[in-house]
Ligand binder design. Sequence first.
Ligand SMILES: Cc1cc2nc3c(=O)[nH]c(=O)nc-3n(C[C@H](O)[C@H](O)[C@H](O)COP(=O)(O)OP(=O)(O)OC[C@H]3O[C@@H](n4cnc5c(N)ncnc54)[C@H](O)[C@@H]3O)c2cc1C
Length: 257
Amino acid sequence: MHLDEIKISRAIIESYKAKLVDALDVDVAIVGAGPAGMVCGYYLAKARKKVVLFEKKLSVGGGMWGGGIMFNEIVVQDKAKDILDEFGIAYRTYEPGYYLADSIEAVTTICSKAIKSGLRIFNLMSVEDVMVRKSRVAGLVLNWTAVEMAHLHVDPITMRAGTVVDATGHPAEVTRIVERKSGIRLKTKTGRTRGEGSMWAHAGEEIIVKHSKEVCPGLYACGMCANAVFGGPRMGPVFGGMLLAGKKVARELSGKT
Ligand SMILES: Cc1cc2nc3c(=O)[nH]c(=O)nc-3n(C[C@H](O)[C@H](O)[C@H](O)COP(=O)(O)OP(=O)(O)OC[C@H]3O[C@@H](n4cnc5c(N)ncnc54)[C@H](O)[C@@H]3O)c2cc1C
């Protein structure tokens, strides 16, 4: 069979256009394809929510690929072992309560299972603003990451979401935009983002799950971002909290307990 370049181009353009148009009005829009965002997307898709995820980088996985100090092993604690089982990620016991998994297997498996469950991921797209209606976060303003990097004067597009999940990790980018521009008071003690504390693995892991919750009407924090928003210690390459945070937010948004 003769391959026609024009047919190939048309196939890509038509198919992507259909996906993007379909993503303009959804139940939940997640920002950030780190472990927290992808796990959240997996459980929401399984609960039959219409859910999309926007990731600014070329590749998904956020900070999970590099494990700790670029050694591609991650540690997961007892509480999150069930999630590794749910995804079928292999692990081995290092010592009781400390389980080791290969970070490459973890990222690729979570991503693959999430997509097969119905999560639609758009990479290379940056969230540069939010849409606010009646003091509620109602959607996202998106542009190509390449446009942002090249500082080009190109207007973005907008999509509507019943709920936005900020899973952007340390920078808590979406929440900081809301704080800066909307005038909405956040559900933190001060009404503003609290910032992240110094390393304390045990406390940080507990707190991150507790803090993964509603930040203001229409917006949830999930994963590392939650500790930056509500104030909690960083915890190093222990990833159970990210997985549990993703599952918790998905359960809240899908009405499951
Ligand atoms: C330099 C560095 C040091 C770190 N040190 C620690 C540490 O000491 N302790 C610790 O607990 N964690 C640390 N981490 C993070 C660690 O990797 C996390 O624990 C884990 O990856 C967080 O998972 P997450 O899913 O919450 O967010 P991440 O894995 O960070 O994923 C967030 C994703 O959101 C995407 N994103 C961000 N902004 C936007 C936007 N505007 N639009 C679209 N996508 C966006 C990012 O590209 C990324 O893929 C560090 C990360 C970095 C980069």
